[in-house]
Design a protein around this ligand. Structure first.
Ligand code: ADP
Ligand code: MG
Length: 242
């Protein structure tokens, strides 16, 4: 545990929560967390040689099935932290309803997340991973609805689009096992809180896991988040401000 503490100290990884798994320092260590070699290789093919601090700690927590509150600066690789974890936890494409949903406050950010996770999924050479991006209103036509829910495993979306499609019945969230709120400080803000409520209400699986990632997180938002999480691991990257 001295080693673990040292790694955390050197990388400014602050953790709180029960039984937090140790961080990795190399992507190859992900094999100890049941991550397929093809997925580890895909991370390398993306050009990433060393995990960033949030990736070191958030991946192992999520791979152990833990809900995460991940706070790390903009540009520090939060997308891959949850992207790798989700692809590993879902194991393989099932195309039997969305099992992971990533919610982003803006279309632009959703598009970037989609590009990055889809790129990683393609590089695994595991046939059949398809990541759905739902961001533009005009993108969806009702005729798509029939096959829509069975074409993909992972959805990247903005909250408004998602709430709309859930309300029309075109999209079901009953198979969702993991839901990620990215830029959570914005999503749990007063203007979005009703949508977040509606979305979580539609995620009826008893094994739903909720994760939040953000560059900053107010006490109020963290308080709300904890009411929808079970025994989360909080990871805060950076100098502790006391
Ligand atoms: P954040 O969500 O924390 O603001 P991003 O996930 O958008 O940051 O990542 C910022 C940039 O860093 C992206 O261009 C991404 O491709 C790159 N990146 C992610 N992980 C790594 C890594 N381990 N090594 C090098 N670059 C990385
Ligand atoms: Mg981000």
């Amino acid at each position: 545990t001295d080693d673990i503490n040292l790694i955390r100290q050197e990388n400014l990884i602050n953790v709180s929560g029960e039984d937090v798994p140790p961080p990795i320092t190399e992507f190859s260590q992900l094999s100890e967390y049941n991550v397929k070699q093809t997925l580890i290789n895909a991370v390398g093919k993306c050009g990433y040689t060393q995990p960033t601090p949030i990736q070191m700690q958030a991946t192992t927590a999520m791979l152990k099935g833990r809900e995460v509150i991940g706070i790390a600066p903009t540009g520090s690789g939060k997308t891959m932290a949850f992207g790798i974890s989700l692809l590993s936890n879902l194991r393989q494409p099932k195309k039997n309803g969305f099992r992971a949903v990533i919610i982003s406050p803006t279309r632009e950010l959703a598009t970037q997340i989609h590009r990055e996770i889809n790129g990683l999924a393609e590089k695994t050479n595991q046939k059949g991973w398809k990541v759905c991006l739902l961001a533009k209103a005009a993108q969806f036509v009702p005729e798509m609805a029939r096959s829509f829910n069975t074409k993909y495993d992972i959805l990247v979306t903005t909250p408004l689009r998602l709430v709309h499609m859930v309300s029309t019945g075109d999209l079901q969230l009953s198979s969702v096992e993991w839901i990620i709120f990215d830029e959570a400080d914005q999503l749990f803000d007063a203007s979005f809180v009703k949508q977040v409520d509606d979305i979580l209400g539609a995620c009826t699986s008893g094994s739903l896991k909720v994760c939040l990632f953000s560059a900053t997180l107010s006490n109020e938002v963290e308080h709300i988040a904890r009411t929808v999480q079970k025994n989360p691991v909080k990871i805060n990257i950076g100098a502790v401000n006391t």
